[in-house]
Design a protein around this ligand. Structure first.
Ligand code: ZN
Length: 234
């Protein structure tokens, strides 16, 4: 059976951080993996060159970097939803955009940032775009995407689709670890593809490995990614 994984994130590199290793493992196992990004990261700077670029220019750079990272991991397609970087709202219009994507791609598994257990103890983690995306994806999955009585505006005409399970990234209460030992090098390379965002690639690579090793220690493997898994009512 065709197995589809839809990975959602707010900005270029968020998805590679949270689940890039798992994406590579799943793609290698024959799953179709899609990346869906809320924004094109046009609010970011070019840290490599230390310059602030016009939004259109930085968006082009970051989309190109994200596509390169996704290609390394075996992701089938990267979609950019075009929401404004830094100003994302969990609006009905945004929810409906996600409902249309879910109904079109028909994923059994959705990967997205955890909208639960928000501690507000870290500014990066609780970026407003992360919170808005996490909420909008959660609300789009159930009940909206799976029921014919919910009609997105505009309705692209795809039949309702019930997602089977959600893997939440960046969760304070993980209950599932995916062994990414065979894909850690790809994860590091994918993250380093976001060149405009990284000042010191060597230090950065060490940080990525240390973090994956910490998760790996929970299940006795070298490197892992952590998720909170939740089944969707059918
Ligand atoms: Zn982000």
């Amino acid at each position: 059976m065709r197995e589809v994984v839809a990975v959602f994130g707010a900005h270029p590199d968020d998805l590679d951080w949270g689940s890039g290793g798992s994406a590579a493992v799943w793609a290698r196992a024959g799953k179709e993996v899609y990346y869906i990004l809320t924004t094109s990261g046009e609010g970011g700077e070019d840290h490599q060159r230390g310059v602030v670029l016009p939004p259109g220019e930085i968006a082009d750079i970051r989309e190109t970097e994200q596509r390169a990272a996704a290609t390394l991991l075996g992701v089938k397609e990267v979609l950019f939803l075009g929401q404004p970087d830094g100003r994302v709202e969990a609006s009905l219009a945004f929810r409906d955009q996600i409902v249309n994507v879910l109904r079109r791609l028909k994923p059994q598994i959705v990967v997205s940032m955890d909208p639960g257990h928000w501690a507000f103890d870290n500014f990066y983690h609780y970026h407003p775009d992360h919170r808005a995306t996490a909420l909008a994806v959660f609300d789009a999955i159930y009940p909206a995407a799976g029921t014919s009585t919910y009609q997105p505006q505009p309705d692209e005409g795809h039949p309702p689709h019930k997602v089977r399970e959600v893997y939440f990234t960046a969760s304070s209460k993980p209950n599932l670890y995916v062994d990414i030992s065979a894909a850690i090098d790809l994860k590091v390379r994918a993250l380093i593809s976001h060149r405009s965002q990284i000042k010191q690639p060597e230090r950065f690579a060490g940080f990525v490995r240390d973090s994956a090793a910490r998760h790996g220690s929970h299940i006795g493997c070298a490197y892992a990614e952590a998720f909170r898994r939740l089944e969707v009512p059918q």
